[in-house]
Design a protein around this ligand. Structure first.
Ligand code: PLP
Length: 260
């Protein structure tokens, strides 16, 4: 990272244990040779065992974080993570709609792996209405894509249907991450060997199936945070979307591999 490195802003939750949220984002942004700046939406209380609570920022305190950073830096790309309450969703959407921030890579953080709700239901409604149409890319996992679209996802065809629905809802591009399909298969007693982790990218109607080898490893926290930050950092360097997504997938796969 140098003073010439592109600046990437993460607007996300703070996980003091470092597994997810801003710490995971900042680590990734630095790994991709960009300069991280951050605005915190929520201070969460958690560790690998679960999420125990959170205190949220307000629209005013979020704006008060972002504005001085924008005044000092030219923001090359933005990643948006946890937006727990409606007023925070609206605030971020306003910055983007008014072209004060670039169209962000948006990771819809609805609940933690342990099942704790990280976005209130009225915030989800505002998210769909106000932010989704202004994202450069939306990166839901399978449960998040199901919640947002009400399409049940069991196979690749369902992933296509859910992506098409998210695009009808106004998203410019959607990356549905297939990792949870593997957990479901395991729930049905299938072995992981030889299986794939398949993601689907729908970029303005251009579809790509991204097949990757399933990596046998204990669950790694924050993979969604890392992936969306890595995509934003690659876009900040001027990569096109598919190149950015592939570079990000490679990075996260290596992180999962190294966690073994
Ligand atoms: N906490 C924060 C601040 C997050 O941003 C996220 C996910 O993006 C989580 C918790 C959930 O992480 P996990 O799915 O690894 O439990």
């Amino acid at each position: 990272m140098t003073s010439k490195s592109p600046v990437v802003l993460t607007i996300a939750g703070f996980d003091p244990s470092g597994g997810a949220g801003i710490i995971a984002d900042v680590r990734t942004i630095v790994e991709f040779g960009c300069r991280p700046v951050a605005a915190m939406t929520s201070l969460t209380f958690q560790n690998a065992a679960g999420v125990f609570g959170a205190t949220h920022e307000t629209a005013k305190s979020l704006r008060a974080q972002i504005v001085p950073v924008m005044q000092e830096h030219e923001i090359a790309a933005v990643k948006v993570g946890m937006l727990p309450i409606a007023e925070l969703v609206s605030e971020v959407a306003t910055f983007v709609r008014e072209n004060r921030l670039p169209a962000p890579v948006v990771d819809p953080v609805l609940r933690s792996s342990s099942g704790y709700e990280l976005m209130e239901s009225d915030a989800v409604e505002v998210f769909v209405r106000e932010l989704l149409p202004h994202a450069r890319l939306l990166t839901p996992n399978i449960p998040e894509a199901e919640s947002l679209t009400e399409v049940e996802i069991c196979d690749e065809q369902d992933m296509r249907r859910a992506a098409a629905k998210l695009r009808e809802m106004g998203a410019r591009a959607v990356l549905i991450k297939g990792g949870h399909a593997q957990q479901r298969a395991e729930g049905r007693g299938q072995k992981a060997e030889g299986r794939e982790a398949t993601d689907l990218l729908d970029d303005e109607g251009e579809l790509r199936i991204l097949r990757g080898q399933w990596i046998e490893a204990p669950p790694v926290r924050g993979t969604g945070c890392m992936l969306s930050s890595a995509i934003a950092a690659s876009l900040a360097h001027g990569a096109d979307l598919i190149t950015a997504v592939n570079a990000a997938k490679k990075y996260v796969a290596a992180e999962i591999q190294n966690s073994n």
